[in-house]
Design a protein around this ligand. Structure first.
Ligand code: NAI
Length: 289
């Protein structure tokens, strides 16, 4: 049986994933601000360093997988804390765990994104750029200027940044090339304490009228089932994918946004990759087919 790290393990979808893994006989090392094996505050550099120290102490061999579910929902006035948890709480922890994941030779990583990435208007590009560079305060400064929209904008910016980080890293030699399969799950509204607190806030009517063809919220158990598939051998051929599980919002709002044609401006990049790959011995051998 395997060893898995789950952040956000004390509540909602992280808790549901931990329960499924434990039921299947795996060892789960849960991380959360309270009520977990590793208690640490992922919103500060010191807290993340503490979480990493505790995790590396507890993982006594290869790590079979990691699920990064710790996150904060949209909240005006908490822009800095939100982006720290949602972005750096994922990227710093996963970067530190990477060697242990590589040691397992067939490890899986699931990062929690969100369908807010593709359904939230007025997300400032500058904030995403700052977050991509790890500058949480710079991003928060830009996001605060969005005024009453700063909550949803911060949330979407953080999830765009973390999903892009995951996709960029996932294909690299030290991730995919080391046997690690990292992918992103992008849920729509799921009935967890995070969503409940939004339904109890001044934004409740917007949340309730969120466009969703199936007209019901998801459950943590449904999402945990998808995560289990993304942790299973079914994901051996899956790298850098964003799996949207959202009751149809994405397709309703943007039916033609994806799939998109490869833009001509990316041809030089593609040519460069195709030229470099054989030199690095990365071309698959189909000679037996
Ligand atoms: P939740 O609120 O039930 O669980 C999130 C967990 O993260 C909590 O246990 C919380 O203590 C932990 N956490 C928050 N701040 C932390 C900090 N500073 N340090 C350590 N742990 C911290 O939320 P839920 O809904 O289960 O969310 C899981 C993930 O899914 C999050 O990343 C969220 O952004 C994402 N998501 C949730 C959706 C929803 O509708 N519930 C929709 C799309 C994405």
């Amino acid at each position: 049986m395997g060893t898995y790290v789950v952040t956000g393990a004390a509540s909602g979808m992280g808790k549901a994933v931990s329960a499924r893994l434990t039921d299947d006989g795996h060892r789960v090392i849960g991380v959360d601000i309270a009520g977990a094996d590793v208690t640490a505050d992922l919103s500060t550099g010191d807290g993340r360093a503490d979480a990493i120290r505790q995790l590396l102490d507890r993982i006594d061999g290869p790590l079979d997988g990691a699920v990064v579910a710790a996150g904060m929902g949209p909240k005006r006035g908490r822009e800095r804390v939100l982006v720290e948890v949602n972005v750096l709480g994922a990227t710093e922890v996963l970067t530190a765990l990477r060697p242990r994941l590589a040691a397992a030779s067939n490890a899986k990583v699931v990062v929690f994104g969100s369908n807010s990435t593709t359904s939230t208007p007025l997300v400032p590009r500058g904030a995403i750029r700052k977050l991509t560079g790890g500058d949480a305060e710079g991003a928060a400064r830009i996001l605060r200027r969005r005024g009453s929209l700063s909550g949803p904008a911060s949330y979407a910016a953080s999830k765009i940044a973390v999903a892009r980080w995951a996709r960029r890293q996932a294909v690299q030699d030290d991730w995919a090339g080391s046997g690690i399969r990292m992918n992103v799950i992008a849920p729509g509204p799921v009935m967890t304490p995070l969503l409940r607190s939004q339904l109890a806030s001044s934004t409740a009517s917007q949340v309730r009228s969120f466009p969703m063809p199936i007209r019901e919220f998801g459950t943590p158990e449904q999402l945990a089932e998808w995560v289990m598939t993304m942790l299973s051998p079914a994901a051996d051929f899956m790298v850098g994918s964003v799996v949207t599980v959202d009751g149809g919002t994405e397709a309703l709002l943007r039916p033609a946004a994806w799939p998109t044609r490869l833009p001509v401006r990316l041809l030089p990049r593609m040519a460069w990759i195709m030229y470099q790959a054989p030199k690095k011995g990365r071309v698959a051998d189909y000679s037996d087919c």
